[in-house]
Design a protein around this ligand. Sequence first.
Ligand SMILES: O=C1O[C@H]([C@@H](O)CO)C(O)=C1O
Length: 544
Amino acid sequence: RIRRYRWEVKYEYKSPDCFQKMVITINGQSPGPTILAEEGDTVIVELTNSLLTENVAIHWHGIRQIGTPWFDGTEGVTQCPILPGDTFTYEYKVDRPGTYLYHAHYGMQREAGLYGSIRVSVARGKTEPFSYDHDRSIILSDWYHNTTYEQALGLSSIPFDWVGEPQSLLIQGKGRYNCSLVSSPYVCNETSPQCSPYVLTVVQGKTYRLRVSSLTSLSALSFQIEGHNMTVVEADGHFVEPFVIKNLFIYSGETYSVLVKADQDPSRNYWVTTSVVSRNNTVTPPGLAIFNYYPNHPKKSPPTVPPAGPLWNDVKPRLNQSRAIKAHHDYIVPPPHTSDRVIVFLNTQNKINGHVRWSVNNVSFNFPHTPYLIALKENITGAFDPTPPPNGYDFVNYDIYNVANNTNATSSNSIYRLQFNTTVDIILQNANTMKKNDSETHPWHLHGHNFWVLGYGEGKFDNFSDPIKYNLIDPIMKNTAPVHPYGWTALRFRSDNPGTWAFHCHIEAHFYLGMGVVFEEGVERVGKLPSSIMGCGKAKGLSR
Ligand SMILES: O=C1O[C@H]([C@@H](O)CO)C(O)=C1O
Protein backbone atom coordinates (compact mmCIF):
# COMPACT_ATOMS: atom_id res chain seq x y z
CA ARG A 1 0.00 0.00 0.00
CA ILE A 2 0.97 3.59 -0.50
CA ARG A 3 1.10 6.06 2.40
CA ARG A 4 1.09 9.56 1.01
CA TYR A 5 1.93 12.67 3.00
CA ARG A 6 2.00 16.34 1.98
CA TRP A 7 4.20 18.42 4.19
CA GLU A 8 4.85 22.11 4.37
CA VAL A 9 8.04 22.99 6.22
CA LYS A 10 8.26 26.48 7.65
CA TYR A 11 9.46 28.64 10.53
CA GLU A 12 6.93 29.56 13.18
CA TYR A 13 7.21 31.09 16.62
CA LYS A 14 6.54 28.35 19.18
CA SER A 15 7.02 27.99 22.92
CA PRO A 16 7.56 24.27 23.56
CA ASP A 17 9.21 25.01 26.92
CA CYS A 18 7.27 28.29 27.46
CA PHE A 19 10.12 30.32 25.90
CA GLN A 20 9.29 31.68 22.45
CA LYS A 21 11.69 30.68 19.69
CA MET A 22 11.83 30.23 15.93
CA VAL A 23 10.87 26.59 15.38
CA ILE A 24 10.79 24.70 12.10
CA THR A 25 7.42 23.01 11.85
CA ILE A 26 5.81 20.50 9.52
CA ASN A 27 2.18 21.39 8.79
CA GLY A 28 2.35 23.60 11.87
CA GLN A 29 3.69 20.91 14.22
CA SER A 30 6.93 20.09 16.02
CA PRO A 31 7.44 17.15 16.47
CA GLY A 32 6.02 16.73 12.99
CA PRO A 33 3.24 14.31 11.99
CA THR A 34 3.90 10.64 12.77
CA ILE A 35 4.32 8.49 9.69
CA LEU A 36 2.19 5.38 10.14
CA ALA A 37 2.80 2.48 7.81
CA GLU A 38 2.84 -1.28 7.57
CA GLU A 39 5.83 -3.45 6.71
CA GLY A 40 6.19 -3.50 2.91
CA ASP A 41 4.34 -0.21 2.34
CA THR A 42 5.66 2.61 0.19
CA VAL A 43 5.86 5.99 1.87
CA ILE A 44 5.59 9.09 -0.30
CA VAL A 45 6.28 12.48 1.22
CA GLU A 46 5.79 15.56 -0.93
CA LEU A 47 7.71 18.19 0.92
CA THR A 48 7.32 21.88 0.20
CA ASN A 49 10.09 24.06 1.54
CA SER A 50 8.41 27.23 2.82
CA LEU A 51 11.41 28.36 4.88
CA LEU A 52 11.95 31.91 3.72
CA THR A 53 15.66 31.78 2.95
CA GLU A 54 16.83 28.34 3.97
CA ASN A 55 17.38 25.02 2.22
CA VAL A 56 16.24 21.75 3.75
CA ALA A 57 16.67 17.96 3.49
CA ILE A 58 15.02 15.18 5.55
CA HIS A 59 16.63 11.89 6.55
CA TRP A 60 14.53 8.77 7.25
CA HIS A 61 16.47 7.45 10.17
CA GLY A 62 16.59 3.65 10.34
CA ILE A 63 15.03 3.10 6.90
CA ARG A 64 17.64 1.38 4.74
CA GLN A 65 16.49 2.84 1.39
CA ILE A 66 17.17 -0.38 -0.48
CA GLY A 67 17.04 0.51 -4.17
CA THR A 68 16.44 4.20 -3.41
CA PRO A 69 19.77 5.47 -1.97
CA TRP A 70 18.99 8.89 -3.48
CA PHE A 71 16.08 9.35 -1.03
CA ASP A 72 18.14 8.93 2.15
CA GLY A 73 17.85 12.69 2.64
CA THR A 74 21.45 13.40 3.58
CA GLU A 75 22.40 16.73 2.06
CA GLY A 76 25.85 16.60 0.49
CA VAL A 77 25.94 12.80 0.49
CA THR A 78 22.82 11.62 -1.34
CA GLN A 79 21.13 14.78 -2.59
CA CYS A 80 21.36 18.49 -3.23
CA PRO A 81 19.40 20.61 -0.76
CA ILE A 82 15.76 21.45 -1.41
CA LEU A 83 15.54 25.16 -2.22
CA PRO A 84 13.00 27.53 -0.68
CA GLY A 85 9.79 27.37 -2.69
CA ASP A 86 10.59 23.94 -4.16
CA THR A 87 8.59 20.77 -3.64
CA PHE A 88 10.63 17.58 -3.41
CA THR A 89 9.09 14.11 -3.35
CA TYR A 90 10.65 11.36 -1.24
CA GLU A 91 9.47 7.85 -2.06
CA TYR A 92 10.75 4.75 -0.32
CA LYS A 93 9.73 1.35 0.94
CA VAL A 94 9.53 0.55 4.66
CA ASP A 95 10.65 -3.06 4.53
CA ARG A 96 10.93 -3.82 8.24
CA PRO A 97 8.50 -3.29 11.12
CA GLY A 98 9.66 -1.16 14.03
CA THR A 99 10.21 2.29 15.46
CA TYR A 100 12.06 4.78 13.31
CA LEU A 101 12.53 8.51 13.04
CA TYR A 102 12.84 11.29 10.55
CA HIS A 103 14.72 14.54 10.95
CA ALA A 104 16.49 17.34 9.14
CA HIS A 105 19.93 16.37 7.80
CA TYR A 106 21.28 19.69 6.66
CA GLY A 107 23.57 21.89 8.74
CA MET A 108 22.26 21.91 12.29
CA GLN A 109 18.60 22.21 11.36
CA ARG A 110 17.47 19.34 13.57
CA GLU A 111 18.10 21.66 16.51
CA ALA A 112 15.19 23.83 15.34
CA GLY A 113 12.68 21.02 15.96
CA LEU A 114 12.42 19.50 12.49
CA TYR A 115 11.81 15.84 13.37
CA GLY A 116 9.18 13.18 14.00
CA SER A 117 8.40 9.46 14.38
CA ILE A 118 7.93 6.67 11.90
CA ARG A 119 5.96 3.69 13.16
CA VAL A 120 5.94 0.60 10.95
CA SER A 121 3.61 -2.15 12.09
CA VAL A 122 4.16 -5.82 11.25
CA ALA A 123 2.57 -7.12 8.07
CA ARG A 124 -0.93 -8.45 8.52
CA GLY A 125 -0.85 -12.10 9.60
CA LYS A 126 2.56 -11.72 11.25
CA THR A 127 2.96 -11.38 15.01
CA GLU A 128 5.36 -9.80 17.43
CA PRO A 129 6.97 -11.71 20.31
CA PHE A 130 5.11 -9.69 22.94
CA SER A 131 1.65 -8.26 23.50
CA TYR A 132 0.23 -5.00 24.73
CA ASP A 133 -3.02 -3.08 24.84
CA HIS A 134 -1.94 0.35 23.59
CA ASP A 135 0.89 1.81 21.55
CA ARG A 136 2.39 5.30 22.08
CA SER A 137 5.37 7.14 20.56
CA ILE A 138 7.46 9.53 22.66
CA ILE A 139 10.36 11.54 21.28
CA LEU A 140 12.83 12.87 23.82
CA SER A 141 14.90 15.89 22.90
CA ASP A 142 16.95 18.64 24.42
CA TRP A 143 16.08 22.22 23.66
CA TYR A 144 18.10 25.37 23.10
CA HIS A 145 16.77 28.89 23.00
CA ASN A 146 19.18 30.16 20.39
CA THR A 147 18.76 29.40 16.73
CA THR A 148 20.55 26.84 14.60
CA TYR A 149 22.39 29.75 12.93
CA GLU A 150 23.67 31.16 16.21
CA GLN A 151 24.88 27.70 17.17
CA ALA A 152 26.57 26.93 13.86
CA LEU A 153 28.21 30.34 13.71
CA GLY A 154 29.56 30.00 17.24
CA LEU A 155 31.01 26.57 16.48
CA SER A 156 32.71 27.87 13.34
CA SER A 157 34.16 30.97 15.01
CA ILE A 158 37.47 31.83 16.62
CA PRO A 159 37.32 31.93 19.56
CA PHE A 160 35.19 28.76 19.65
CA ASP A 161 31.75 29.41 21.06
CA TRP A 162 30.41 26.06 22.29
CA VAL A 163 26.63 25.51 22.22
CA GLY A 164 26.70 24.70 25.94
CA GLU A 165 24.10 22.71 27.82
CA PRO A 166 20.47 22.87 26.64
CA GLN A 167 17.95 25.14 28.38
CA SER A 168 15.43 22.33 28.82
CA LEU A 169 14.49 18.78 27.97
CA LEU A 170 11.36 18.03 25.96
CA ILE A 171 9.16 14.96 26.21
CA GLN A 172 7.17 14.62 22.99
CA GLY A 173 7.78 18.30 22.25
CA LYS A 174 6.87 19.65 25.68
CA GLY A 175 9.10 21.05 28.39
CA ARG A 176 9.24 23.79 30.96
CA TYR A 177 11.69 26.62 31.38
CA ASN A 178 11.75 28.80 34.47
CA CYS A 179 10.49 32.06 32.95
CA SER A 180 11.71 34.11 35.90
CA LEU A 181 15.22 33.69 34.42
CA VAL A 182 14.15 35.57 31.30
CA SER A 183 14.15 39.30 30.77
CA SER A 184 12.65 41.24 27.86
CA PRO A 185 12.75 41.42 24.87
CA TYR A 186 12.38 37.64 25.15
CA VAL A 187 8.90 36.19 25.52
CA CYS A 188 8.35 33.46 28.08
CA ASN A 189 4.91 32.46 29.32
CA GLU A 190 4.54 29.63 31.79
CA THR A 191 0.78 29.54 31.31
CA SER A 192 1.03 28.89 27.56
CA PRO A 193 -0.80 25.65 26.66
CA GLN A 194 2.14 24.89 24.35
CA CYS A 195 4.26 24.05 27.39
CA SER A 196 1.75 22.14 29.47
CA PRO A 197 3.40 18.81 30.28
CA TYR A 198 2.92 15.78 28.07
CA VAL A 199 0.31 13.47 29.58
CA LEU A 200 0.29 9.72 29.14
CA THR A 201 -3.12 8.52 30.26
CA VAL A 202 -3.32 4.88 31.31
CA VAL A 203 -6.00 2.54 32.58
CA GLN A 204 -5.22 0.34 35.58
CA GLY A 205 -4.28 -3.21 34.53
CA LYS A 206 -3.48 -2.40 30.91
CA THR A 207 -0.06 -2.80 29.27
CA TYR A 208 1.42 0.02 27.21
CA ARG A 209 4.02 -0.21 24.51
CA LEU A 210 5.99 3.00 24.69
CA ARG A 211 8.15 3.69 21.67
CA VAL A 212 10.76 5.90 23.26
CA SER A 213 13.28 7.57 21.00
CA SER A 214 15.87 10.29 21.38
CA LEU A 215 16.65 13.09 18.97
CA THR A 216 18.68 15.21 21.34
CA SER A 217 21.17 17.62 19.86
CA LEU A 218 23.70 16.83 22.57
CA SER A 219 22.48 15.04 25.65
CA ALA A 220 22.59 11.40 26.63
CA LEU A 221 19.47 10.74 28.69
CA SER A 222 17.97 8.53 31.31
CA PHE A 223 14.20 7.98 31.08
CA GLN A 224 12.08 6.65 33.92
CA ILE A 225 8.49 6.31 35.12
CA GLU A 226 8.11 6.73 38.83
CA GLY A 227 7.16 3.48 40.57
CA HIS A 228 6.98 1.44 37.35
CA ASN A 229 9.38 -1.03 35.77
CA MET A 230 9.88 -1.18 32.03
CA THR A 231 10.55 -4.25 29.88
CA VAL A 232 12.72 -3.57 26.84
CA VAL A 233 11.35 -5.42 23.79
CA GLU A 234 12.62 -3.55 20.73
CA ALA A 235 15.70 -1.56 19.81
CA ASP A 236 16.14 0.31 16.49
CA GLY A 237 13.54 -1.90 14.78
CA HIS A 238 14.83 -5.23 16.14
CA PHE A 239 13.16 -7.46 18.71
CA VAL A 240 15.13 -7.69 21.94
CA GLU A 241 15.34 -10.63 24.34
CA PRO A 242 13.19 -8.96 27.03
CA PHE A 243 14.83 -7.53 30.12
CA VAL A 244 13.47 -5.40 32.92
CA ILE A 245 14.84 -1.99 33.88
CA LYS A 246 13.96 0.86 36.22
CA ASN A 247 15.47 3.48 33.94
CA LEU A 248 16.29 3.49 30.26
CA PHE A 249 19.55 5.05 29.08
CA ILE A 250 19.02 6.40 25.59
CA TYR A 251 21.38 8.18 23.20
CA SER A 252 20.55 10.48 20.32
CA GLY A 253 19.37 8.50 17.30
CA GLU A 254 18.28 5.42 19.25
CA THR A 255 14.74 4.05 19.44
CA TYR A 256 13.39 1.55 21.96
CA SER A 257 10.06 -0.03 22.73
CA VAL A 258 9.40 -0.72 26.37
CA LEU A 259 6.33 -2.39 27.87
CA VAL A 260 4.88 -0.75 30.95
CA LYS A 261 2.05 -2.26 32.95
CA ALA A 262 -0.21 0.18 34.77
CA ASP A 263 -0.05 -1.87 37.97
CA GLN A 264 0.39 0.74 40.72
CA ASP A 265 -2.05 2.54 43.01
CA PRO A 266 -4.47 4.11 40.49
CA SER A 267 -5.71 6.81 42.84
CA ARG A 268 -2.86 9.15 41.90
CA ASN A 269 -0.64 10.22 38.99
CA TYR A 270 3.11 9.50 38.65
CA TRP A 271 6.06 11.39 37.21
CA VAL A 272 7.67 10.53 33.93
CA THR A 273 11.15 12.06 33.99
CA THR A 274 14.16 12.36 31.79
CA SER A 275 17.54 13.70 32.86
CA VAL A 276 21.01 14.23 31.44
CA VAL A 277 23.77 11.68 31.99
CA SER A 278 27.36 11.52 30.77
CA ARG A 279 27.91 15.28 30.97
CA ASN A 280 28.51 17.33 34.08
CA ASN A 281 25.37 19.31 33.44
CA THR A 282 24.23 21.37 36.41
CA VAL A 283 21.94 23.71 34.49
CA THR A 284 19.35 21.69 32.58
CA PRO A 285 16.39 20.69 34.78
CA PRO A 286 14.88 17.24 34.23
CA GLY A 287 12.12 16.94 31.66
CA LEU A 288 8.77 16.09 33.24
CA ALA A 289 5.61 14.44 31.94
CA ILE A 290 2.62 12.94 33.72
CA PHE A 291 1.73 9.26 33.89
CA ASN A 292 -1.96 9.75 34.45
CA TYR A 293 -4.13 6.95 35.82
CA TYR A 294 -7.63 7.36 34.45
CA PRO A 295 -9.90 8.87 35.79
CA ASN A 296 -7.61 11.19 37.80
CA HIS A 297 -7.32 14.65 36.34
CA PRO A 298 -4.56 14.58 33.68
CA LYS A 299 -3.08 17.84 34.92
CA LYS A 300 -2.99 16.84 38.58
CA SER A 301 0.65 16.87 39.71
CA PRO A 302 1.78 13.68 41.43
CA PRO A 303 2.00 14.09 45.23
CA THR A 304 5.71 13.25 45.22
CA VAL A 305 8.92 15.05 44.35
CA PRO A 306 10.04 13.93 40.86
CA PRO A 307 12.58 11.13 41.40
CA ALA A 308 16.19 12.03 40.63
CA GLY A 309 17.90 10.30 37.73
CA PRO A 310 21.12 8.27 37.95
CA LEU A 311 24.53 9.84 38.64
CA TRP A 312 25.81 11.60 35.54
CA ASN A 313 29.34 10.18 35.72
CA ASP A 314 28.57 6.55 36.57
CA VAL A 315 29.47 4.79 33.31
CA LYS A 316 29.01 1.24 34.63
CA PRO A 317 25.19 1.00 34.52
CA ARG A 318 25.21 2.50 31.03
CA LEU A 319 27.77 -0.02 29.83
CA ASN A 320 25.72 -2.77 31.49
CA GLN A 321 22.56 -1.72 29.69
CA SER A 322 24.39 -1.60 26.34
CA ARG A 323 25.66 -5.12 26.97
CA ALA A 324 22.23 -6.41 28.07
CA ILE A 325 20.63 -5.71 24.68
CA LYS A 326 20.58 -9.00 22.76
CA ALA A 327 18.49 -10.26 19.87
CA HIS A 328 15.23 -11.98 20.81
CA HIS A 329 15.82 -15.76 20.72
CA ASP A 330 13.27 -16.27 17.95
CA TYR A 331 14.64 -13.46 15.80
CA ILE A 332 18.38 -13.99 15.84
CA VAL A 333 20.13 -13.04 12.61
CA PRO A 334 23.51 -14.70 13.00
CA PRO A 335 26.44 -12.50 11.96
CA PRO A 336 29.16 -13.78 9.64
CA HIS A 337 31.88 -15.27 11.84
CA THR A 338 34.71 -13.45 10.19
CA SER A 339 35.10 -10.13 8.46
CA ASP A 340 36.82 -9.08 5.27
CA ARG A 341 37.94 -5.71 6.51
CA VAL A 342 38.45 -4.07 9.90
CA ILE A 343 38.42 -0.29 10.21
CA VAL A 344 39.31 1.33 13.51
CA PHE A 345 37.94 4.81 14.17
CA LEU A 346 39.77 6.78 16.84
CA ASN A 347 37.37 9.48 18.12
CA THR A 348 39.15 12.70 19.05
CA GLN A 349 38.58 16.38 19.59
CA ASN A 350 41.14 18.48 17.71
CA LYS A 351 42.27 21.85 16.48
CA ILE A 352 42.51 22.80 12.84
CA ASN A 353 43.88 26.29 12.10
CA GLY A 354 42.67 27.44 15.48
CA HIS A 355 39.18 25.96 15.04
CA VAL A 356 37.88 23.28 17.41
CA ARG A 357 36.90 20.19 15.43
CA TRP A 358 36.17 16.49 15.95
CA SER A 359 37.86 13.78 13.92
CA VAL A 360 38.24 10.11 13.31
CA ASN A 361 41.82 8.94 12.87
CA ASN A 362 42.84 12.60 12.95
CA VAL A 363 40.79 13.48 9.88
CA SER A 364 37.87 15.85 10.32
CA PHE A 365 35.06 15.43 7.81
CA ASN A 366 34.17 18.24 5.42
CA PHE A 367 31.21 18.16 3.06
CA PRO A 368 31.88 18.51 -0.66
CA HIS A 369 29.72 20.85 -2.68
CA THR A 370 28.60 18.08 -5.01
CA PRO A 371 26.86 15.12 -3.30
CA TYR A 372 28.96 11.93 -3.43
CA LEU A 373 26.20 9.79 -4.87
CA ILE A 374 25.83 12.06 -7.89
CA ALA A 375 29.60 12.57 -8.33
CA LEU A 376 30.28 8.82 -8.29
CA LYS A 377 27.32 7.64 -10.31
CA GLU A 378 27.69 10.32 -12.98
CA ASN A 379 31.50 10.10 -13.06
CA ILE A 380 32.06 13.73 -12.13
CA THR A 381 35.74 14.14 -11.39
CA GLY A 382 37.19 16.66 -8.98
CA ALA A 383 34.09 16.65 -6.76
CA PHE A 384 36.02 15.32 -3.73
CA ASP A 385 39.48 14.14 -2.67
CA PRO A 386 39.89 10.57 -4.03
CA THR A 387 42.67 9.57 -1.57
CA PRO A 388 41.38 6.88 0.82
CA PRO A 389 41.15 8.08 4.45
CA PRO A 390 43.08 6.18 7.15
CA ASN A 391 42.03 2.68 8.21
CA GLY A 392 43.19 3.11 11.80
CA TYR A 393 45.41 5.08 14.12
CA ASP A 394 48.83 4.78 15.76
CA PHE A 395 47.77 2.05 18.18
CA VAL A 396 51.21 1.65 19.77
CA ASN A 397 51.91 5.28 20.62
CA TYR A 398 48.51 6.94 21.06
CA ASP A 399 47.47 7.37 24.69
CA ILE A 400 43.67 7.37 24.82
CA TYR A 401 43.64 8.42 28.49
CA ASN A 402 45.35 11.78 28.07
CA VAL A 403 45.12 14.92 26.00
CA ALA A 404 47.05 14.24 22.80
CA ASN A 405 50.61 15.66 22.61
CA ASN A 406 49.66 17.16 19.30
CA THR A 407 45.97 17.94 19.03
CA ASN A 408 46.18 19.21 15.45
CA ALA A 409 44.24 17.36 12.79
CA THR A 410 43.54 17.77 9.10
CA SER A 411 40.24 17.98 7.30
CA SER A 412 39.15 16.12 4.22
CA ASN A 413 36.12 15.14 2.17
CA SER A 414 37.56 11.77 1.16
CA ILE A 415 35.45 8.63 1.66
CA TYR A 416 35.80 4.93 2.51
CA ARG A 417 35.12 2.80 -0.54
CA LEU A 418 33.98 -0.67 0.49
CA GLN A 419 34.07 -3.71 -1.70
CA PHE A 420 30.49 -4.68 -2.47
CA ASN A 421 28.96 -7.61 -0.57
CA THR A 422 31.71 -7.96 1.99
CA THR A 423 31.71 -8.06 5.78
CA VAL A 424 33.08 -4.94 7.42
CA ASP A 425 34.04 -4.50 11.07
CA ILE A 426 34.09 -1.06 12.62
CA ILE A 427 35.83 -0.51 15.92
CA LEU A 428 34.90 2.78 17.52
CA GLN A 429 37.72 3.77 19.85
CA ASN A 430 37.04 6.54 22.33
CA ALA A 431 39.75 8.77 23.80
CA ASN A 432 40.34 11.84 25.92
CA THR A 433 39.11 15.18 24.59
CA MET A 434 41.28 18.32 24.62
CA LYS A 435 40.26 18.76 28.28
CA LYS A 436 42.07 16.79 31.00
CA ASN A 437 40.20 13.74 32.37
CA ASP A 438 37.38 14.11 29.90
CA SER A 439 35.97 11.57 27.47
CA GLU A 440 32.44 11.92 26.11
CA THR A 441 29.77 9.45 24.96
CA HIS A 442 29.26 9.45 21.19
CA PRO A 443 26.24 7.74 19.60
CA TRP A 444 27.25 6.60 16.10
CA HIS A 445 24.55 6.24 13.46
CA LEU A 446 24.94 4.31 10.22
CA HIS A 447 22.79 5.15 7.21
CA GLY A 448 21.53 2.47 4.84
CA HIS A 449 22.24 -0.53 7.10
CA ASN A 450 21.72 -2.29 10.36
CA PHE A 451 24.91 -3.48 12.05
CA TRP A 452 25.48 -6.24 14.54
CA VAL A 453 26.75 -4.98 17.88
CA LEU A 454 29.52 -7.44 18.67
CA GLY A 455 30.75 -5.93 21.90
CA TYR A 456 31.53 -3.02 24.16
CA GLY A 457 34.78 -2.73 26.05
CA GLU A 458 36.69 -0.50 28.39
CA GLY A 459 40.03 1.06 27.47
CA LYS A 460 41.97 0.46 24.31
CA PHE A 461 40.62 -2.16 21.90
CA ASP A 462 43.14 -4.92 21.42
CA ASN A 463 43.01 -6.69 18.08
CA PHE A 464 44.33 -9.94 19.56
CA SER A 465 42.47 -10.39 22.84
CA ASP A 466 39.17 -8.56 22.27
CA PRO A 467 37.66 -10.17 19.14
CA ILE A 468 37.65 -13.53 20.97
CA LYS A 469 35.05 -12.04 23.31
CA TYR A 470 32.68 -10.92 20.54
CA ASN A 471 29.08 -12.01 20.82
CA LEU A 472 28.58 -14.01 17.63
CA ILE A 473 25.63 -15.93 19.07
CA ASP A 474 22.80 -13.45 19.55
CA PRO A 475 24.04 -9.90 18.94
CA ILE A 476 21.37 -7.23 18.51
CA MET A 477 21.22 -5.40 15.21
CA LYS A 478 20.92 -1.63 15.45
CA ASN A 479 21.53 1.49 13.41
CA THR A 480 22.88 3.61 16.28
CA ALA A 481 25.22 2.55 19.07
CA PRO A 482 27.16 4.49 21.69
CA VAL A 483 30.87 4.41 22.33
CA HIS A 484 31.25 4.96 26.05
CA PRO A 485 33.88 7.23 27.67
CA TYR A 486 37.40 5.75 27.32
CA GLY A 487 35.80 2.63 25.81
CA TRP A 488 35.37 0.87 22.49
CA THR A 489 32.43 -0.53 20.54
CA ALA A 490 32.72 -3.24 17.88
CA LEU A 491 30.20 -3.30 15.01
CA ARG A 492 29.87 -5.57 11.95
CA PHE A 493 27.83 -5.03 8.81
CA ARG A 494 27.46 -6.28 5.26
CA SER A 495 28.25 -3.84 2.46
CA ASP A 496 25.22 -5.01 0.51
CA ASN A 497 23.28 -1.81 -0.15
CA PRO A 498 24.50 0.05 -3.25
CA GLY A 499 24.92 3.73 -2.49
CA THR A 500 26.81 6.29 -0.42
CA TRP A 501 26.09 6.22 3.28
CA ALA A 502 27.00 8.55 6.11
CA PHE A 503 28.24 7.13 9.41
CA HIS A 504 28.54 9.78 12.08
CA CYS A 505 28.21 10.89 15.65
CA HIS A 506 24.55 11.80 16.16
CA ILE A 507 25.42 14.76 18.36
CA GLU A 508 24.41 17.64 16.13
CA ALA A 509 27.40 19.84 16.96
CA HIS A 510 29.91 16.99 16.71
CA PHE A 511 28.90 15.98 13.20
CA TYR A 512 28.87 19.65 12.24
CA LEU A 513 32.45 19.81 13.56
CA GLY A 514 33.55 16.89 11.41
CA MET A 515 32.82 13.75 13.43
CA GLY A 516 31.74 11.45 10.65
CA VAL A 517 32.71 9.49 7.57
CA VAL A 518 31.03 8.36 4.35
CA PHE A 519 31.04 4.82 2.96
CA GLU A 520 30.54 3.94 -0.69
CA GLU A 521 29.59 0.45 -1.82
CA GLY A 522 28.38 -0.93 -5.14
CA VAL A 523 27.71 2.50 -6.60
CA GLU A 524 27.95 0.99 -10.09
CA ARG A 525 24.79 -0.97 -9.24
CA VAL A 526 22.76 2.10 -8.32
CA GLY A 527 19.84 2.70 -10.69
CA LYS A 528 19.18 5.90 -12.60
CA LEU A 529 19.31 8.88 -10.28
CA PRO A 530 16.24 11.10 -10.20
CA SER A 531 17.02 14.58 -11.52
CA SER A 532 15.24 16.06 -8.47
CA ILE A 533 18.30 15.37 -6.29
CA MET A 534 20.59 17.37 -8.60
CA GLY A 535 20.98 21.09 -9.09
CA CYS A 536 23.99 21.97 -6.93
CA GLY A 537 27.75 22.07 -7.42
CA LYS A 538 28.99 20.06 -10.36
CA ALA A 539 25.66 18.24 -10.53
CA LYS A 540 23.96 21.37 -11.82
CA GLY A 541 24.27 20.74 -15.54
CA LEU A 542 22.88 17.23 -15.02
CA SER A 543 19.43 18.22 -13.81
CA ARG A 544 17.68 17.75 -17.06
O1 LIG B 1 32.60 19.70 21.25
C1 LIG B 1 32.61 20.07 22.41
O2 LIG B 1 33.20 21.21 22.88
C2 LIG B 1 32.91 21.32 24.26
C3 LIG B 1 34.14 21.46 25.09
O3 LIG B 1 34.94 20.31 24.96
C4 LIG B 1 34.96 22.66 24.68
O4 LIG B 1 34.29 23.82 24.98
C5 LIG B 1 32.18 20.11 24.57
O5 LIG B 1 31.77 19.80 25.77
C6 LIG B 1 31.98 19.39 23.47
O6 LIG B 1 31.31 18.28 23.39
